[in-house]
Design a protein around this ligand. Sequence first.
Ligand SMILES: [Zn+2]
Length: 70
Amino acid sequence: MARRYSGNMNGERYLANTNTKEVHDLDNENNNCQIDEIIAAGHDMPYNSLDEAQNDGYDNGHYCIGNSER
Ligand SMILES: [Zn+2]
């Protein structure tokens, strides 16, 4: 698993899914995150900080971050 340089991503650590409103940690990626599918669908939004993504209303990804607030 690695950071991405495709879609809207340019090596950022966090990828938010604008469709499900969940944010993923690419340094702790799990197959269940389906990151490549998110990018292929054009739902990827890059973030360098988890706080920033959460402030924008994204919830923690269940598999890579945990402690979902929903
Ligand atoms: Zn994830």
